[in-house]
Write a protein that binds this ligand. Structure first.
Ligand code: ZN
Length: 288
């Protein structure tokens, strides 16, 4: 089972205002309209690359950036393609009904994860305003995917980019699993250090695994293996920022090419299977 654990949904202008889309897509030299995820096209790309399922993400940065992909929009796509998409809802911790919204999207919309974007909302992931939503997620048994690391969004708050801010939430919610997006790029070493310390911290390879050289990616995975956290790393593309097919081919090289790894041991079948989907599946609650 191959799962892309970081896939964005949403449409230009309907969900993402022009200024936001322009800034985000300029980072990959594409026009603002390219921020739109066409579901038929995404499914065709998944089929061509033999990707079985994807975590499809809602996104709430309405208060600060005017960008919002509603939970209902993602739920509707998941309802249409239940075998292909696993929906993640999104909330703004500052919203007084954030905890109720998590409860609602889990039990009414059948979404199976929470995605949050603290830096986009000018918040630390350690801000107590998130704790109601985290409690609701912990109670529901769903994972929380947190944007950590840098972003091209102009108005995001740089002081909240660092993955080290995740330490407090990881400690305060020991039964809640957090996925740190993008391996915390560029703070990848700190990201691995945190995973060593907190067994409920995971990380995804989106952006990092594609934008870095393949040698850097191999070296990082080898470090993660040596430090005992490789089984908590998930593959994801950050579509529409990362190309599904070519990124997956690159992952194939990481299990075959001995020369990429300083110690000469590429990913074993077990390690590869975990990264490419098994770990992602393990994080999800049983069908809600
Ligand atoms: Zn993303």
């Amino acid at each position: 089972m191959i799962i892309d654990s970081h896939c964005h949904a949403g449409e230009y202008l309907k969900h993402f205002p022009e200024s936001f889309a322009t800034g985000m897509m300029a980072s990959i030299h594409k026009p603002p309209e390219a921020i739109t995820t066409s579901i038929p096209q995404l499914l065709a790309e998944m089929d061509a690359a033999h990707i079985d399922q994807a975590f499809l993400l809602a996104f709430d940065a309405q208060r600060t950036l005017g960008a919002k992909v509603p939970n209902e929009y993602v739920a509707e796509i998941c309802r249409r393609y239940p075998d292909r998409f696993i929906g993640f809802g999104s909330v703004d911790g500052m919203h007084p009904d954030a905890a109720e919204t998590v409860h609602y999207f889990v039990h009414e919309l059948h979404l199976r994860g929470l995605k949050i974007a603290p830096a986009y909302l000018r918040l630390s992931p350690a801000d107590p305003c998130w704790y109601g939503a985290f409690s609701a997620a912990q109670e529901a048994g769903i994972p929380v995917l947190v944007h950590v690391g840098t972003t091209p969004a102009k108005d995001a708050a740089k002081q909240y980019f660092s993955p080290t801010l995740m330490a407090k939430a990881a400690q305060d919610f020991p039964r809640l699993n957090f996925i740190m997006a993008h391996m915390g790029t560029p703070w990848v070493t700190q990201c691995i250090d945190l995973m060593v310390k907190h067994p409920n911290l995971y990380a995804d390879l989106s952006i990092f695994g594609w934008y870095q050289s393949i040698n850097t990616v191999a070296k990082t995975l080898e470090t993660a293996r040596q430090r005992g956290v490789l089984q908590r790393i998930l593959w994801g593309t950050d579509q529409p920022w990362g190309p599904l097919g070519v990124f997956k081919e690159r992952m194939e090289r990481l299990r075959n090419d001995t020369e990429l790894f300083p110690q000469g041991q590429p990913l074993t079948d077990e390690e590869w299977t975990n990264i490419m989907g098994k770990t992602a599946l393990r994080l999800l609650p049983a069908q809600l």
